[in-house]
Design a protein. Structure first.
Length: 381
């Protein structure tokens, strides 16, 4: 039972009345996100103290040339950090294009039909020309009943944004935004530059922290700020290094956080490495082909977010190779979807044969008795 129509009541001793707060789960989520955002902004503002207190203090104890180098390096790290943070927050997550939305007639047909094979037939008909190769655990077409659309590969519904997000990785309260196809590169650079920023502050602050700790320097107003800056920068460096390392591993495997916990399911099997193309190509999927943009928070990822190249390691023995070794391009409403590059061995999971046929449906019924791959509604966070 959710909190959508309830309130939390806080009673004080000696008072029978109560104060209602957190009027809904949505309101609670907003409050938590506001706290996260302002806390992170406060930490950033406090770290700017390096430029004020630490800068004034070190200028008296460091050579001018060394201080100038530190000052330039600080501003470079700070600008890249703020730039990537800004892009991560204010880049809107991409939603599936109109080709994946059900038409008005398909919606009516879906509502009229009872749950089961009849609904699946409506979805199969709507998805027959779409580049969709992943399924639900029951083998059904992935459909979102809140957005009324057929989900593209790697697309998931965010319960916080209440929208389907292309290549959704997670909803991040620290940036108050959903991290997905449109801003995943920015998020990764944000982690990298924030880690470098904290490491730089901790490294330049370390010698003065030790001197203050051992009473090697007289007590000044800057003592508290320098000691706090070191502790804050060191703690953030530890947490950011683990998070950044984890996402670097995800990029090297061409996976998202959701796909680590729930491997993508193709028509005939689950393949946790179904979207992996090799380290070099996986890296280019996120950062693009032009290396000059790799370290800048500008969009350079490959693809449109609706279809992704796939190399399936496990080949089905009963596969039917596509003539010429190529997949034909799918068309829908004058929208071209690029064919997916394969390895030398073609997998019939990616051929242009329909996902379901009447014969296959009857065979499936024979296997599972009266059950069938019913319409599966997915609301994923």
């Amino acid at each position: 039972m959710g909190l959508s129509h309830t309130t939390c009541c806080l009673k004080f001793p000696g008072n029978s009345s109560c104060v209602n707060w957190l009027p809904s789960s949505k309101g609670y989520t907003i409050c938590v996100e506001i706290c996260f955002v302002w806390f992170s902004r406060g930490c950033v503002g406090w770290l700017v103290g390096w430029l004020i207190d630490f800068g004034d203090f070190s200028r008296e104890h460091v050579k001018y040339k060394d201080f100038f180098v530190c000052l330039v390096a600080y501003h470079i790290f700070f600008m890249l950090f703020v730039w990537s943070y800004w892009k991560t927050i204010f880049t809107l997550p991409m939603n599936p294009s109109k080709e994946f939305h059900l038409s008005y007639s398909d919606k009516e047909s879906l509502e009229r039909e009872p749950r089961g094979e009849s609904q699946q037939e409506v979805l199969r008909r709507a998805a027959k020309d779409l580049p969709i190769y992943t399924r639900t655990m029951s083998g059904a077409i992935r459909y979102c009943d809140r957005c009324h659309l057929v989900k593209p590969d790697r697309c998931h519904h965010c319960s916080v944004c209440d929208k389907c997000i292309l290549k959704m990785d997670h909803h991040c309260p620290w940036v108050n935004n959903c991290v997905g196809f449109s801003n995943y590169k920015f998020f990764l650079l944000f982690l990298a530059y924030s880690l470098l920023y904290c490491l730089f502050i901790a490294a330049t602050d370390l010698q003065y922290f030790i001197k203050f700790w051992t009473n090697g320097l007289p007590d000044t107003q800057a003592k508290f700020h320098i000691m706090f800056l070191f502790f804050a920068a060191a703690m953030f460096s530890v947490s950011l290094s683990s998070l950044f390392g984890y996402h670097c591993w995800l990029v090297s495997k061409n996976k998202s956080t959701l796909e680590v916990f729930r491997a993508p399911i193709f028509r005939h099997r689950t393949d946790k490495n179904g979207f992996s193309l090799g380290f070099s190509k996986n890296l280019r999927q996120v950062f693009g082909d032009e290396k000059k943009y790799w370290l800048l928070p500008v969009f350079s990822s490959l693809g449109d977010g609706c279809s992704f190249p796939t190399c399936l390691v496990n080949q089905d023995p009963e596969q039917a190779s596509t003539p010429g070794g190529l997949n034909s391009t799918s068309k829908n409403e004058n929208h071209l979807f690029p064919a997916k590059p394969l390895r030398d061995s073609q997998s019939h999971l990616l051929t242009d044969t329909p996902s379901w046929s009447e014969a296959a449906a009857k065979a499936e019924k024979g296997k599972v008795g009266m059950s069938n791959p019913a319409l599966t509604m997915e609301n994923e966070t």
